[in-house]
Structures are given as structure tokens and as C-alpha cells.
Design a protein around this ligand. Structure first.
Ligand code: ME8
Length: 504
């Protein structure tokens, strides 16, 4: 059976992981979990890009060898992913043999097929971007450390695939998303495409995969790194896994690395006779506002530190609900606190608290029965029966912020419903009908709270799992109304989202 295969970029290990890296990786994790709650089989790959000039320079700066440098930094990425509840199936490092062997196989095969040739080239080279650039690109001013270079190098016949690539993009509307990015790439492809320089002389760069046909050169870092998406899933080494995963359903990234993924990568695959990925999805960038210091938050200034202080769920929730996929978004401490307090502490946390406490106190910690339903009960039941399909649809269409909005609306409607029905008052009455009404109200509230919690699970796995297990629910893939059986034993739960007190 085909697995839903999703990838993040392989991050450079030249520095610490930051909020941007965390965002794409959390997004991939959320999409993986969204598939899982729908009972689909998923394969989630992330990893690190460890060769090339940037890493070599970082190692020199830290006065270590590149190998020692990458071994230290890779663990920092893995540690942060663990702290952010990222559950990947595989983590690939481009220095691993399973990858370097496949890169060398590919180079050898393409060289033998005459898809790679040697040539002397003179042109402008951007040291910061590690690639030759055109005169026009240099004039546009987006490249740093430009110098003129004349050297012999190896080139991949990328230009040969230009029209085939354009056809593929035009015939497969989901290949590059969102639409604006697709148009950007089609615009780029209006100009003649050059062949791609895929080697670097060792005199200039030692830290890379040696070309199998010329030991004086290493492989250009992008030609090496892109191949991870197939080397990790067993291309030419584990046919079963490869066939189950490829073509990838989603390559996720930000718009900064769109061209390498939408032009270099598909043409490389075409030359290797491998199918192209289904969707390359580029989200926007997180813009950082200067974060203010605050007494209650202490000296927290980095967004990742907010996860350590307030739990990874709160950061995941903020990132997923505050970015419209495809557009840029700004991260500010004020909006983080505001969102946390209003959505998580007030709306969701209070609801969970209220429902569990009332059932624990008044119904012997068991999900109570339903009796006769009135119009308010039926209205909420209908809402809770209809909305999950729309939420799943939004999730599947990368409208994650919309899906979260709908879940929060559902949970808020339970809060309103409780205010109207006031079961705490009904429970004080001596009238049986009133007590039955309270029982019905709390059953329905618990059912809807459970549905909202299962749907929030991909976003906030830790807290929602705590709440589900307090509600006696063991599986996290049923969001249909009525699934929570009468009589289910529930337990007490500490406040899930204590308010963040601001000290302005
Ligand atoms: O480009 N907002 O690695 P990289 C959102 N090694 N996302 C951001 C971001 C921001 N401000 N900053 C970074 C590379 N990202 C190559 C990739 S793939 C075969 C090789 C995320 O460490 C986003 O996913 O520079 C972006 O595309 C990626 O980090 C770039 O990571």
C-alpha cells in the first residue's frame, strides 16, 4: 500500500536550529498526524544537510574539523525535534554512507549516460550561495560575496529538460503550490535554462562527496542534498520501501529554496528516469519582531524558548494557527501570549476543566447518560456531527489555520451551550427532570470536547493525549459523535493551560 510520504528540507548544520526550521518540521509533523487520525499510513522524513562550503566555514570558525562540527550540531537538531514532539520515521544525514553511496551511484550513472560532461566555465560565483550566477542576478543585488571564477567543472545537462519541465508543471496543477509560486517558477523558466555546475574543485572545497569519476572534485552540495529524498527511502537499496513511498506526496519548505526544488530536483529525476514528486509546497517566512523581556517570562527571548517555558503544544498551536500557508507571518511575544490566553487557557482549558470537574463531582467520575434532548442539545449535536468533515477537508487542503478556527468555534459553542444550560444550577435542583437535563448536558459536552480534542491532537499531541486519557479514551482516530460511551470512567486532570500573567 502506498504510504503518504512527506519531507522537510535537510537543514544546514552550520548553526543552531531556529524558529523557521522548527516551523517546517512542526508542519510536517502535524500533516503526518493528520493522516494518522484518518488511519492512513505515513512516512515522514527529515534530516540534515552536512556538506558544502557553509558547513566547512562554520567548522573553521569553531576551530574543529567539519566531521566533528556536524556530529555536534546534528544532535542539537535532534534534541529540539524531540522537545517539540516531532515524530519522524527517519532522520537522514547527508554524511551517512547510505546517502553518499547513492549520490556516487547517481553521478556515475549520469556520467556514463552523458548527462554530465566536463567544461571550462568562466563566470560570476556567489560564495554565500555556493553557485555560479548570471550577470543579471548579480545586478539584481540578492547575492553576496561575488567573485569572477574561471575553472574546469562538471555540468549536468539541465537545459535539455526545460520544455519537459514546463509541460509537467502546466499539466500537473498540484505540482507546485501555492499557485503564486508555480507562476514564479514558470516565469523563471521563460528564460533559457543553463546547465547546472555540479562539481567543486577540491582546491576550493574539500568537504563534500567525491565525484566517482574525478577525485579532484567534490559534488555541489545541492546535487548531493536533494538526492536524500530518494536515498533515505531505499532507492537502489530497499525496493519495497521505495515503492511504498515514492513519489513523495509533499516536499515542504519555505519559498527561499523553491528553485532548487522545482527546477534542479525534477530535472535530476527526469535524467534518472524516476517519477516526479506529487507536490512541492512552499510556505511563507516567519518574520521576527523584537521580543520584549517580561518578568513572568524571565529572560526568554527566543521563540523556541517559549516551548520550554509554556510547553511545546503552545508553540505548535501558535505557529499552526498564525500562518496562512503560503503567506508570511510575524512572530511577536504579545500575540503569542494573547493567543495562548484566549484560545488555550480560556476557551479550551476552561472547558476541559469545567466538564471534567462537574462529572467527577456529580456523576461518580463516569460519563453520564443522556435523556430527552431539547433544541439547544440538538443544535450542538448537529454542529458536532457536521463540522468534523469540513475540518478534515481543510486539514487535507493545507488550510490548517482554518481547520483550527473551526475546531475552536466548536469548542466555544460548547462553552456557550454550558452557559445557557447551566448544569451546575440544574444539579442543585431536587427535580429529577433537572438532574436528567444536567446529565444530558454533560454527556453532550464531553462528547463534543472529545471530538475537538481528537481533532486538535495533530497540533498539540501532549496536552490532548493527557486530556483524552483523563476522559478514558485510548485511541485518537475517532471524531464521530457518540463514541464516548456512557459509564466510561474519567479521572481528574490538572489545569492544562494555566494563564500566562502579563506584567506590563
Ligand atoms: O536551505 N520562516 O537549509 P536551511 C519559515 N540545506 N521557514 C524558515 C525560515 C523562516 N524565517 N527560515 C528557515 C537549506 N526556514 C538547505 C536545504 S533540502 C535538500 C536542502 C526553513 O537550513 C524553511 O523550511 O537554510 C526553509 O526552506 C529552510 O528552513 C531552509 O533551511
Amino acid at each position: 500500500m502506498k504510504k503518504f510520504y512527506i519531507t522537510t528540507p535537510l537543514y544546514y548544520v552550520n548553526d543552531e536550529p531556529h524558529i523557521g526550521h522548527a516551523y517546517t518540521t512542526i508542519l510536517a509533523d502535524v500533516m503526518t498526524r493528520i493522516q494518522k487520525i484518518q488511519n492512513n499510513d505515513v512516512y515522514f522524513l527529515t534530516g540534515t544537510d552536512e556538506h558544502g562550503q557553509k558547513v566547512q566555514e562554520a567548522a573553521i570558525k569553531n576551530k574543529t574539523s567539519p566531521k566533528e562540527h556536524v556530529d555536534i550540531y546534528v544532535n542539537r537538531f535532534k534534541k529540539v525535534w524531540n522537545e517539540l514532539d516531532i515524530e519522524f520515521d527517519d532522520f537522514i544525514r547527508t554524511t551517512e554512507k547510505r546517502h553518499t553511496d547513492r549520490v556516487q551511484d547517481t553521478l556515475k550513472m549520469l556520467f556514463e549516460k552523458n548527462e554530465i560532461y566536463q567544461n571550462e566555465y568562466e563566470g560570476l560565483y556567489s560564495v554565500s550561495e555556493e553557485r555560479f550566477i548570471t550577470e543579471k542576478e548579480a545586478e539584481e543585488g540578492n547575492f553576496r560575496e561575488i567573485k569572477r571564477l574561471k575553472e574546469k567543472n562538471y555540468f549536468f545537462r539541465m537545459s535539455k529538460y526545460q520544455s519537459k519541465l514546463i509541460d509537467h508543471i502546466q499539466n500537473n496543477p498540484d505540482f507546485i503550490k501555492p499557485e503564486s509560486r508555480k507562476n514564479e517558477i514558470l516565469g523563471f523558466l521563460k528564460k533559457p535554462l543553463n546547465d547546472l555546475c555540479i562539481s567543486r574543485p577540491k582546491e576550493r572545497l574539500k568537504w563534500g562527496i567525491e565525484l566517482p569519476f574525478d577525485k579532484d572534485y567534490v559534488t555541489y552540495v545541492w546535487f548531493d542534498a536533494l538526492l536524500n529524498y530518494i536515498s533515505a527511502i531505499g532507492w537502489k537499496s530497499d525496493d519495497k520501501l521505495f515503492d511504498e513511498c515514492w513519489p513523495a506526496d509533499y516536499h515542504l519548505m519555505a519559498k527561499d529554496i523553491l528553485t532548487t526544488h522545482c527546477v534542479y530536483w525534477p530535472t535530476m529525476l527526469m535524467a534518472c528516469n524516476i517519477k516526479l514528486p506529487k507536490t512541492i509546497f512552499a510556505h511563507g517566512g516567519w518574520l521576527m519582531d523584537e521580543m520584549k523581556m517580561s518578568k513572568s517570562i524571565g529572560n526568554v527571548i527566543k521563540p523556541l524558548d517559549l516551548a520550554y517555558k509554556f510547553g511545546s503544544d503552545s508553540l505548535r498551536y501558535y505557529l499552526m494557527s498564525n500562518m496562512v500557508l503560503g503567506q508570511d507571518a510575524s512572530f511577536t511575544l504579545d500575540s503569542f501570549i494573547q493567543k495562548y490566553n484566549s484560545d488555550l487557557a480560556n476557551d479550551y482549558g476552561n472547558l476541559a476543566n469545567r466538564v471534567l470537574t462537574l462529572i467527577n463531582k456529580n456523576f461518580d467520575s463516569k460519563i453520564p447518560k443522556t435523556f430527552v434532548c431539547n433544541e439547544y442539545d440538538l443544535k450542538l449535536i448537529n454542529h458536532a456531527k457536521e463540522i468534523p468533515n469540513q475540518i478534515i477537508n481543510d486539514f487535507n487542503n493545507m488550510q490548517i489555520h482554518k481547520a483550527i478556527d473551526l475546531i475552536m468555534q466548536l469548542l466555544r459553542s460548547v462553552n456557550k451551550y454550558l452557559e445557557i444550560k447551566a448544569p451546575w444550577k440544574l444539579l442543585k435542583s431536587d427535580n429529577t427532570k433537572d438532574r436528567e437535563d444536567a446529565s444530558t448536558t454533560l454527556n453532550i459536552s464531553a462528547q463534543v470536547l472529545k471530538i475537538g480534542t481528537v481533532l486538535l491532537n495533530p497540533i498539540m499531541p501532549t496536552k490532548t493525549n493527557l486530556l483524552l486519557s483523563a476522559m478514558g479514551v485510548n485511541s485518537c482516530n475517532n471524531y464521530s459523535f457518540g463514541d464516548l460511551k456512557t459509564g466510561t470512567q474519567i479521572s481528574k486532570l490538572k489545569n492544562l493551560f494555566p494563564r500566562i500573567e502579563e506584567d506590563k
